[in-house]
Structure formats: C-alpha cells, structure tokens
Design a protein around this ligand. Structure first.
Ligand code: ATP
Ligand code: MG
Length: 470
C-alpha cells in the first residue's frame, strides 16, 4: 500500500470517527425537541379531556361522551380517580389497545398491537405501533385525577427516520469529500518525496553533481533533502578520489612499463643470438606480458579521461571514409583467421562528432568481431542514414554471448569467457570505452547475440539538422 493511500485512509478514518461522534450528539439533541413537544401536547390534552369529563359529570348541557370520543379520537386516554382507582373515562383507542402501566408523573415509550384503521382509516392492517405514554396527575375542582394519555409516534418516527437518513447522507457526502480532499492533500504533502525519488533515479556516476532543491524550510522534508545532499557530497567526493587514483596510478605505471618493454626489446635485438634459448623464451613471454599491461594501462587512462568528460566538441566526421579505412587496417588480422569481411556502406555517411573517439569506438567493436569469431567466419559491416540518425552495424559469426550475460558486456573488466579473452589479450575495457564514447555523442548502442552463432553490435548516432545538410 502506498504512503499516499495510507495517509488518505488515516485522514478519512479520523474524519469519519469525529463526524460519527458529532452526528450522534446532534441526533440526540435534535431528537429531544420533538419528544418535549409531544409531551407538552399530551399534558395539554390530558388537562383538556379531564376538564371536559368532569364538566360532563357536573352539568347536563356539557358535551356528550360521543363528542368527547370524537375529539380525542387520535389519543389513547384513561382517566382514574386517585385513591379509588375508579375509571372515569376511557377513549375509544384505550378500550381496544392494552398499554403497560405508568407511574404518575412519568413518561415512557411502549409498543402495542393496533389496527391502524383506528387512527388512519386508509390503513387498516393490524400491526405493532409505538406509543408515547404519559401519566399526568391532575387536581381539578377539588378532585385528584390521574390521566394516562398516549399517542402513536408514527409521525415522530417518520421524522426520526428522516433525520437518520439526513445524517447518513451527510456522512456519505462528507466521507466522499474527505476522500477527495485527503487524497489531494496527501499528494501535496508527498510532492517533495516524489521530487526526491525522481532525482535519485536520475543520479548516476555520470551526474553525481545533481542535488535536491530544499530552500530554507525547517520542515522534515527539507531536513531529509539536506541529509541526502550531504550524503551525495560524500559519495561524489569519494568517487572523484577513486577516479583520480585510477588515473594517477595508470599514468605512473605508463613510463616504467614502456621502459621495461624497450629494455627487453633492446636485450632481444642486441644479444638475441647469444642468449640461451630458455632465457630468450622467457624474455619474449615477459615482453608479451608487458605489452598487455601497457595496453591495459592505456585503456584505463582512456576510460578515466572519457569519464571526466561531460561533452565533446562536435565536428563533421565522414563515417564512410572512417569505417572503410578501419576495415583496411583490420583486413590483415581478418585474413590471418580466414574471416571474410562484407562491407556495405552508403557513399556519404556523415555525422557531427569527435573523429578520433569514433575511430576508437568502431575499432574496439571491429577488434571484438575478429577476436571473438570462428576461423573462416564472417563479418558484416553496414551503415544507414535516416533523417534523424546514423546507424552502423557490425555483425560477426562466432561463439556469441549468452542472453543473461549481455547486459554485463559493458561493465569494466567484464569478460564473458576469461580464458578466451586473456588468450586474445583482452582486459574487458573495450566495450566500456565504446559505450562512454557513444554516450558522449548522445547516441545509443545495442548488443545482440545468439550463442554459438552470431553477434551484432549496433551504434546509432543522432543527427542534427546541420549534419544532414553537411
Ligand atoms: P578489450 O576490449 O579490453 O581488449 P575484451 O574484448 O575482453 O577486452 P570487451 O571488448 O569489453 O572486452 O568485451 C567484453 C566481453 O564481451 C568480451 O570478453 C567477449 O567475451 C564479449 N564480446 C564482445 N564483443 C563480442 C563479439 N563481437 N562476439 C562475441 N563476444 C563478444
Ligand atoms: Mg574488446
């Protein structure tokens, strides 16, 4: 689950709990009012009915019992005489429906079976109905009465349901609004983290100089950005130190190695004939190793100077001419292994770049195509130019590289088959150099291979408008 979702859920959960509590309080507050009103109406009705009943008993022209019944039609009323418990009056509803006893001065809610037709003629199904009951002691004309009065809460129940639905709808809408707002807020809060992630993804050894912008804020995200930046400072520093160390060491090794090679050369040429065969053999082996080390040191120097470069000074390069002359240089080596070279290049392949570096890159690829080939194998050198880019493909037969190993061929000192590479004098820096040169030209390199069959290296270099016109 993402942090954004977690924050959203947390805010929505907290908001929902507080809205629920608020709704419960509001619900009970709102519920109290209609009950108070109903209780007042019941009390007034109790007084009115009690006085009517007493008046009827004392005067002859008072309302008939039937008229009283009609007037209190909607009420459940029983009037007792306190002490004797003699029933003075029972409304129509009270005769049919039994309600539980209620203590004087108290009020309660009870459910009873009632035919709805008794209250509303359009509904005559018998069903349970809820009553609000009050017991009202009344002193009238020196007589102590108790009026037990009740009324169905049908209307009130409808109102309560309306209130519940209103609150539920409000809760649903507020939750939806909360989800939208909290998601937006979570996105805003996490924006700096997103920026840090993007930058961290971009940072590689090529652009260790990038830093996360943090401003002067003293919040946690600014602190985190400052901490990451300090870590990047330390990383960059040790990276530069390491690169300088490699460059300095290679540079320091160059001169003694050349001196060693020249000395061995001199011994072999001047005293070669007088030397015992085993000494001459050892000197030749030493010479080979020194030559190999010299090449390695040269490649290391090349690579570390390429690593420090951030760009090139582009000049028009005649790629057809460059590749043709390279193929000529390697023809001798290819012939030695009976490798057939098939060169198909358009007349005028031109790009903007650094000729010397491109020469080094294509030379390394061609060198591999010959080194890692079968005796009597084949090399295909083709070129193509579209409006946007120039593509050079060098394909060769040979043992190839397993699919799993392909991503690693650009790693420094990586050799697929160490024994084969050492036998070929390889140190595993060639393709790392090629890749860096292609990157400096803003180009792309792809390495495809089928084991024991073929290998194809494709270099694509982007063309600027000027290059196409050149
Ligand atoms: P260096 O180029 O420094 O002399 P290298 O040739 O061993 O040494 P890379 O050119 O970097 O190093 O190549 C890395 C590895 O990729 C090689 O060791 C080889 O196993 C494999 N490889 C490269 N090019 C080819 C190719 N054309 N055919 C088959 N394998 C290849
Ligand atoms: Mg190589």
């Amino acid at each position: 689950m993402t942090v954004k979702t977690k924050i959203t859920l947390f805010i929505v959960g907290a908001g929902l709990v507080s809205s629920l509590l608020f709704s419960v309080v509001v619900f009970y507050e709102l519920l109290e009012q209609p009950f108070k009103l109903l209780d007042t109406v019941l009390k007034e009705e109790a007084y009115r009915t009690a006085s009517m009943i007493l008046k009827r008993q004392s005067t002859s022209e008072a309302a008939s019992l039937e008229t009283v019944d009609n007037m209190v039609h909607a009420y459940w009323i029983e009037i007792y005489e306190q002490g004797t418990n003699k029933i003075l009056y029972q409304s129509d509803l009270a005769k049919r429906v039994k309600l539980p006893p209620v203590k004087p001065h108290s009020r309660t809610i009870a459910r009873a079976v009632i035919s709805r037709g008794q209250i509303k003629p359009d509904r005559d199904r018998s069903q349970k109905s809820t009553f609000r009951i009050r017991s009202v002691p009344i002193e009238l004309d020196g007589r102590s009465l108790v009026v037990k009065i009740a009324r169905t809460m049908e209307k009130l129940e409808d109102e309560i349901w309306e209130l519940v639905f209103g609150i539920a709808a409000g809760l649903i809408f507020s939750t939806l609004a909360l989800i939208v707002i909290s998601r937006f807020m979570a996105g805003k809060i996490l924006q700096p983290i997103g920026r840090m992630k993007d930058l961290a993804q971009d940072i590689s050894e090529k652009n260790l100089g990038q830093r996360i912008p943090h401003g002067d804020g003293r919040d946690e995200f600014s602190d985190l950005a400052r901490t990451i930046n300090r870590m990047l400072d330390r990383l960059q520093c040790s990276f530069v130190k390491q690169r300088d160390f490699l460059f300095d060491t290679s540079h320091e090794l160059k001169t003694p190695l050349t001196t060693m090679r020249l000395t061995v050369d001199e011994i072999c040429t001047s005293d070669g004939k007088n030397l015992p065969p085993f000494v001459r053999d050892n000197l030749l082996r030493l010479n080979n190793q020194v030559l190999r080390m010299e090449r390695l040191v040269k490649d290391l120097l090349n690579l570390s100077s390429l690593e420090t470069l951030t760009g090139i000074d582009p000049k028009p390069v005649q790629v057809t001419e460059l590749l043709s002359s390279l193929a000529g240089e390697y023809k001798f080596l290819a012939d030695a292994q009976n490798i057939k070279m098939d060169i198909r290049l358009p007349m005028r392949l031109v790009t903007q770049g650094d000729r010397e570096k491109l020469h080094r890159a294509f030379s390394n690829i061609l060198d591999n195509a010959i080194k890692y080939n079968f005796d009597g194998g084949q090399i295909e050198l083709t070129g193509d130019q579209s409006a946007a880019e120039l593509t050079v493909t060098i394909a060769n037969t040979g043992p190839g590289v397993a699919e799993a190993e392909i991503p690693r061929v650009y790693d420094q000192f990586y050799r697929v088959e160490k024994s084969r590479s050492i036998q070929n004098g390889g140190s595993g820096l060639g393709l790392a150099i090629v890749k860096r040169i292609v990157e400096l030209h803003n180009g792309k390199i792809s390495f495809e291979s089928k084991q024991e069959t073929w290998t194809r290296v494709t270099v694509s270099l982007p063309l600027s408008r000027d290059t196409v016109l050149a």
